[in-house]
Design a protein around this ligand. Structure first.
Ligand code: PEP
Length: 242
């Protein structure tokens, strides 16, 4: 399975930037699988402009297929406009919008029903890591954020590493990815052993090779450094060949 490098643009990007970004991806050859996750309004433009080998993802979806949910977007509509993936349970949504593990699980269920591949984010706060609770917190998030029929991707994103320029030690990343693998294999014997586990949190061109070489790291979820195509491609180029 190729390494997966997903770009989370968050609330960044403008329409005028879509074509140049897509052209840069077209001009490069990536041995990694690329996924671009822009804000909702840019999805159709990216769907039209991206090279066929690059996947398109949203950053959230609602748990219901339609209805009185002002400001929300359904998984079915995302699929219809060309998204194949959706980030769910990002810590910024958990913090800014009060999303619980149960909310995330319902969204994952809806995404799967609509034919989207969920990228489910888990990760601990700094006090939780300092207290030695990181693995327990992440395992609890996995247990309650993933419905019984889960398939898709997991992103381990320590909250204190997102957008801060700080990353866990290689040993800590490897230990958490091993713990996530064990939990997935326990809960989902058929798919857990092969579920890609991405690392996210201040991945940049300078540290990508070292992070992507760690055991059980199947790719990266990249925030800030995905906004420039050159940096995003440099991260993808750091992925080991498979
Ligand atoms: C993210 O928000 O998913 C993320 C990993 O951000 P950054 O790469 O900027 O730390």
């Amino acid at each position: 399975m190729p390494f997966i490098i997903a770009g989370n643009f968050k609330m960044n990007g403008v329409l005028a930037g879509v074509q140049p970004y897509a052209e840069a991806l077209k001009a490069a050859e990536s041995k990694a699988k690329l996924i671009i996750c822009p804000p909702f309004p840019l999805l159709p433009a990216f769907a039209a402009a991206l090279p066929a080998t690059t996947a398109l993802g949203a950053q959230d979806c609602h748990a219901r297929p339609s209805g009185a949910h002002t400001g929300d977007v359904s998984a079915t509509l995302l699929r219809e406009i060309g998204a194949t993936h959706v980030i769910l349970g990002h810590s910024e949504r958990r913090a800014d919008h009060g999303e619980t593990n149960a909310d995330v699980s319902a969204k994952v269920f809806a995404a799967l029903a609509a034919g989207l591949i969920p990228i489910v984010c888990v990760g601990e706060t700094e006090p939780q890591r300092d207290a030695g609770e990181a693995e327990d917190i992440v395992k609890t998030q996995l247990r309650h954020s993933l419905p019984e029929n889960f398939t898709g991707l997991i992103a381990y994103e320590p909250i204190w590493a997102i957008g801060t320029g700080r990353t866990p030690t290689p040993a800590d990343i490897a230990a958490m990815h091993a713990a996530i693998r064990a939990a997935l294999t326990d809960s989902f014997p058929a798919t857990g052993p092969a579920t890609p586990i991405l690392y996210g949190g201040s991945v940049k061109p300078e540290n990508a090779a070292a992070i992507l070489a760690l055991p059980q790291v199947g790719g990266a979820l990249v925030g800030g450094a995905s906004l420039k195509a050159a940096d995003f491609l440099a991260i993808a180029a750091a992925a080991p060949a498979v």
